[in-house]
Ligand binder design. Structure first.
Ligand SMILES: [Zn+2]
Length: 297
């Protein structure tokens, strides 16, 4: 009898191992999207991000290992608005995966700096369809999470209730933290800043900080000496307190401008994994807000 019980228990274990579904492969272009997919999809999915959080997401090398990841994935989430235009089409083409579902998360986002006239990339502008850095407003993160939950349900309908529950938890965690972030930066509303790349508009608009100049006069293009001269003048006249650069920017130009103008150079992460301690989407804003408060005090 005892032997029989052990045997049936063993058979039960074998069966449950066989029926437990394999995680479904998902690929994301950025680490922020990967973090949100993990928060919503939990163990049901094996998620891999192509760009690491410390890399410039406009310029990623389309390595053969990424082609294999795209080849195996069921779904691909991307930022869109041509953020990944320099490398994602190559990976999708190379991945030869006709059943891959590609989800552009910019749909449903209120895009800033949308061009009103015909789009021209003549001068190499990397933001030709509008500003793609929308994940840097936590309210957009919640919109992305909603869309992700909806899409994940199409891959694993049986787990829909779990995804809804995770979405609810994610949204309420971000809402609670957002209240704290807004309170922390409330004393600095209207403060004028200069940024290196045009990637902080969503964040600053949310927080009520004002961007009065850019090191890059055209996004993605090295600044001309004349533009830099004018920028230094503006910063001196307006007594701009801080110059913000992302942690993937070469700091030399930013450093010299900061030195000339007396502004503080504030290097901020733009993505999950941008610093070792940033493991979740919420962590990203904890770090950014903390550093902003310290610099503006
Ligand atoms: Zn950009």
């Amino acid at each position: 009898m005892k032997l029989f019980a052990t045997l049936s228990f063993g058979i039960f274990l074998l069966c449950s191992a066989a029926t437990a579904a394999e995680p479904i492969a998902i690929v994301t272009t950025t680490a922020d999207i990967a973090a949100i997919v993990k928060a919503i999809g939990g163990e049901r999915f094996a998620v891999e991000s192509i760009a690491k959080g410390y890399q410039d997401p406009h310029f990623v090398e389309a390595k053969p290992s990424f082609v294999r990841v795209v080849n195996r994935a069921r779904m691909l989430f991307n930022v869109g608005l041509e953020l990944e235009v320099g490398w994602l089409p190559l990976l999708i083409q190379g991945g030869r995966n006709p059943s891959l579902v590609v989800v552009d998360l910019s749909q449903g986002i209120s895009v800033l700096e949308k061009p009103s006239g015909p789009v021209s990339r003549a001068q190499g502008d990397v933001h030709a369809l509008g500003n793609p850095h929308y994940w840097l407003d936590p309210r957009n993160g919640v919109i992305m999470a909603r869309r992700i939950a909806q899409e994940l349900k199409t891959l694993a309908a049986a787990d829909s209730a779990l995804f809804d529950q995770n979405l609810k938890a994610f949204a309420s965690d971000i809402a609670a933290r957002r209240k704290r972030w807004e309170e922390q930066l409330a004393p600095f509303r209207g403060v004028e800043l200069v940024t290196y790349h045009k990637e902080w508009e969503y964040l600053m608009k949310w927080l009520g900080l004002s961007i009065v100049g850019y090191v890059e006069d055209k996004p993605g293009i090295p600044p001309s000496p004349r533009h830099l001269e004018e920028l230094v003048q503006t910063m001196q006249q307006r007594k701009v307190k801080a110059l913000i650069a992302s942690n993937y920017t070469n700091p030399n130009v930013a450093k010299s401008i900061a030195e000339k103008t007396g502004a503080k150079l504030l290097v901020l992460p733009t993505s999950v994994g941008g610093e070792e301690t940033i493991r979740s989407y919420g962590d990203l804003f904890d770090t950014i807000v903390g550093k902003l408060v310290t610099a503006l005090k």
